[in-house]
Design a protein around this ligand. Structure first.
Ligand code: AMP
Length: 427
């Protein structure tokens, strides 16, 4: 049947199979963040459009091409958030968290919106896991954050084909001179640039370095390197981050063309990739000017953001299976009105004991109900008919081997609890 309504272009439903992965990723993220003393924050999906324009920068793809922005009924321009950092920074300032003991460490998990060109692995609504740390300039914080990301990927089973690339894009002081050098270099090669990069040359020359067009990449390889232009402070910071990563045996590659798409980064930038096609999982870096830029006090900060759909894609490609808790322990089969009431009571009792149980109400035959139990891969089926109600017994069926026995009703719960002990799922 042709559906009357479909998801919007680039939007997608997250079906139960995806949620098995999503739940696992959230669990790992939460567990590792807790271990690091990082607490969860959720900011609204809608924010003032200017918040993103100011933080991400007008001359970025995210704002120029992919921004979901609307006029509200009171004529305010509001936007669906394209990333998580801007909201976290706004929240840090709005709640004056700079007055509390620093660093303040947040993590978030939630949907982001970018009107990207829909293609494999690119959606207009996708989910992100990110961490932001405010209030410490120490390169140890950058290293710690990178190590946290690396640990999360290890837990998810992706370590084997994981690649970490790092770079430093300096500070306002040293970057200014570097950008001029970069412009001077590219002006001589303007003819060889793609149309987008021709525009970027004026607006956002750093972005020329991470263009995916082949000719632009060739030029990026021979363009001046930020690394050679870092001021003493930035150079020391970068060297120290690398030293800490070395000390902790984190493998990385220095990538002089890594700049990240967003304007607000300073000093350390990093990105994680997976597999032989180097699919970008996400990355982050330091953004020491952003809090002040948005009206807060001078506060150094560092963070990362990863795309959950991308991570799931990699896990599936790598054949990584995750345990699901969405299975059925017990299926209750009933026939007749009295048996139906008995079945409802039993299901209530079972669920209160933490036993995952289902029934199929309706007028299906016992055979049909058992077929459903089989399809759902229930471990045990309990059959209740009029006779069972009258005699206070139940038919206990082991769905794996098909054996069946009649047992006393009050023996049922202790028997199931014993059999399912390891799986009991209490809140
Ligand atoms: P960015 O902030 O652009 O570096 O993006 C961070 C990460 O978010 C990327 O590496 C992807 O994993 C994910 N991501 C960004 N845009 C999309 C999208 N349109 N669809 C799915 N994931 C995305």
């Amino acid at each position: 049947m042709e559906p009357k309504f479909r998801t919007l272009k680039g939007m997608h439903d997250l079906l139960p199979d995806f949620h098995d992965y999503f739940t696992f990723i959230k669990k790992v993220a939460r567990h590792r963040c807790r271990q690091n003393g990082i607490k969860r924050i959720t900011t609204p999906i809608l924010e003032k459009a200017d918040l993103f324009r100011k933080t991400i920068g007008e001359n970025t793809d995210v704002i120029e091409k992919e921004f979901y922005v609307f006029k509200d009924k009171n004529d305010d321009m509001i936007a669906l958030r394209p990333e998580g950092t801007a909201g976290a920074v706004r929240s840090y300032i709005e709640h004056a968290l700079y007055n509390e003991v620093q660093p303040i460490m947040f993590y978030y998990i939630g949907p982001m919106f970018r009107r990207d060109r829909p293609q494999k692995g690119r959606f207009r609504q996708f989910n992100s896991f990110g961490v932001e740390i405010f209030g410490k300039q120490d390169p140890a914080v950058d290293a710690e954050l990178i190590i946290l990301a690396d640990t999360v990927f290890t837990d998810l089973g992706l370590k084997k084909d994981l690649k970490l690339k790092i770079n430093s894009i300096g500070c306002q002081k040293c970057r200014k001179k570097y950008i001029q050098d970069l412009k001077d270099f590219y002006i001589g090669h303007q003819r060889n640039l793609c149309a987008d990069c021709q525009n970027r040359l004026d607006q956002n020359p750093l972005r020329l370095l991470d263009c995916k067009e082949e000719d632009c990449q060739i030029l990026a390889k021979i363009a001046p390197k930020m690394k050679d232009n870092l001021c003493e402070d930035c150079d020391m910071h970068y060297t120290t981050v690398k030293k800490y990563l070395d000390e902790l045996n984190i493998t990385y590659m220095e990538e002089p063309t890594l700049v990240r798409g967003l304007d607000y980064y300073t000093k350390t930038v990093f990105e994680f990739y997976y597999g032989k096609y180097e699919l970008a999982l996400g990355g982050g870096g330091r953004y020491d000017y952003l809090v002040e830029m948005l009206g807060g006090p001078d506060t150094p900060a560092v963070g990362f953001g990863f795309g959950i759909e991308r991570i799931v894609e990699c896990m599936k490609d790598a054949n990584i299976k995750v345990a699901t808790k969405d299975f059925v322990d017990v299926f209750v089969v009933q026939l007749g009105e009295k048996a139906k009431i008995e079945a409802m009571k039993l299901l209530f009792e079972l669920r209160n004991e933490g036993i995952k149980s289902r029934g199929l109400f309706g007028n299906d035959s016992i055979k049909a109900q058992l077929r459903v139990a089989d399809k759902l891969q229930a471990k045990y089926a309990i059959v209740i008919g009029e006779i069972e109600v009258r005699d206070n017994i139940v038919m206990f069926r082991d769905m794996q081997n098909g054996s069946q026995e009649s047992i006393k009703r009050d023996e049922l719960l202790p028997k199931l609890l014993k059999l399912l002990n390891a799986n009991i799922d209490k809140i």
